[in-house]
Design a protein around this ligand. Structure first.
Ligand code: SF4
Length: 397
């Protein structure tokens, strides 16, 4: 094929000049409706958390390096038509050029499965009365993070539903607890849904470094249908606010949603590219029996692998996890995502007592053992693909 994405003679380098290496750069986000929930967008409050604290970002990610350029739309369409093995090989080659053989470890902590929202696909949606609800106490969270630091984790991803108890001050206090337990060196990532720009600014001041919020689908009608009337524009406005607040930005989407087409997948990739996101997750849709979509057909592994590979080629610098959902639908799902260019694994270090209740989808793997035990297993899986686990903090490139 004719596509040349690597730095071959005659191919102009687009990093860092094009996508840039400045985490504070502004994203090109489609125009959004006015944010009625947003408070003042005045300057961010002064950050008490010491931003100048030394981080463990190694010199092995040279900021001045010339990286493979992002694929253009025409190239993405051409790449999407390739046989899977060919596509994976191109994506892995790009991942190797940018991220080397390292697979970053992030400690995932599922803080709460309470949610005020009612997304049609989600097992912890408000209307699922069968879900056993929990919320970690501050002490449980702090102890989990301290255990993670002792084990070597340098990034903690705190995830939860849109829990009314964590509105406003609730999440701020939780972030302060997390920061105190993690110390100044480790990264704190939050994923708690839509908030106002001012809230994102306050969370950053309280110690958050990054924020994850998947857009799930680029199809506005499908988004509105799946998310109980919430528009895609509203979601994208929130992502813009995350960026404006100075947080590193993560997003992503599902594959195999009911009503999704091949063109949806292409548009998902293009939207991910336009967001210039620094972290991006792809997961297959897995129907949960206690949801309105319980009888739908789920996403298959190949589509998720294709999406991962295309994402790698469209956004080479992005940190892309090999997701648990892929490991749930296939025993080697995560390994295949690594082969397709993923460079992150997220062991679930939520206390074992609770993790079995954070069931966005059924059959979730690794819920009966501690995430700390998972690291050994993951190391073997990664080495089997010629890669190695890394405890680096793994900030945005
Ligand atoms: S997808 Fe997120 S916002 Fe929607 S119901 Fe589930 S936890 Fe809540």
């Amino acid at each position: 094929m004719s596509i040349r994405l690597m730095n071959e003679p005659g191919v102009p380098a687009m990093y860092p000049e094009d996508l840039g290496a400045d985490p504070g750069r502004s994203a090109t986000v489609p125009a959004a409706a006015p944010d009625s929930t947003s408070m003042s967008s005045a300057a961010a409050p002064a950050a008490p958390y010491p931003r100048s604290a030394p981080c463990s970002q190694p010199a092995s990610y040279p900021r001045s390096a010339t990286y493979p350029r992002p694929a253009s739309e025409a190239e993405i369409r051409e790449l999407a038509a390739l046989p899977l093995d060919e596509l994976k090989a191109l994506a892995r080659k790009t991942a190797d050029a940018v991220h080397g053989d390292r697979v970053l470890l992030r400690g995932l902590i599922e803080v709460t499965n309470h949610c005020a929202m009612d997304c049609l696909y989600c097992g912890i949606r408000r209307s699922n009365s069968g879900a056993v609800r929990y919320r970690l106490s501050h002490e449980e969270l702090a102890e989990t993070i301290r255990a993670g630091r002792r084990a070597g984790f340098m990034t903690f991803v705190l995830q939860g539903g849109e829990d009314p108890a964590l509105a406003g001050e609730g999440l701020l206090r939780l972030t302060e607890t997390a920061r105190a337990a993690a110390g100044p060196e480790a990264a704190i990532t939050l994923s708690f849904g839509i908030r106002s720009r001012r809230e994102y600014e306050e969370l950053r001041a309280a110690g958050a470094d990054r924020y994850l919020m998947r857009f799930e689908t680029s199809d506005p009608e499908l988004h509105r249908y799946l998310r109980g009337g919430i528009s895609l524009k509203r979601r994208l406005k929130a992502l813009e606010d995350v960026r404006a607040a100075g947080l590193q930005l993560g997003s992503g989407f599902m594959t195999g949603l009911p009503g999704e087409t091949d063109e949806t997948l292409i548009q998902n990739i293009l939207l991910a590219q336009s967001l210039k996101m620094e972290m991006g997750g792809v997961g297959p849709f897995i129907p949960h029996p206690e949801t309105p979509l319980g009888g739908a057909r789920g996403g298959d592994l190949e589509r998720s692998i294709r999406a991962t590979a295309l994402l790698r080629l469209a956004v080479p610098l992005c940190h892309i996890p090999a997701t648990t959902a892929a490991g749930t639908i296939h025993p080697e799902g995560r390994e295949q995502m690594l082969e397709a260019g993923a460079n992150v694994l997220m062991p679930n270090i939520t206390p074992v007592l609770h993790k079995k209740h954070y069931l966005l989808y059924p059959g979730k793997i690794c819920i009966d053992e501690s995430g700390f035990q998972c690291v050994g297993c993951l190391s073997v899986r990664v080495m089997g693909r010629g890669l190695r686990l890394s405890w680096e903090r793994g900030d945005a490139l």
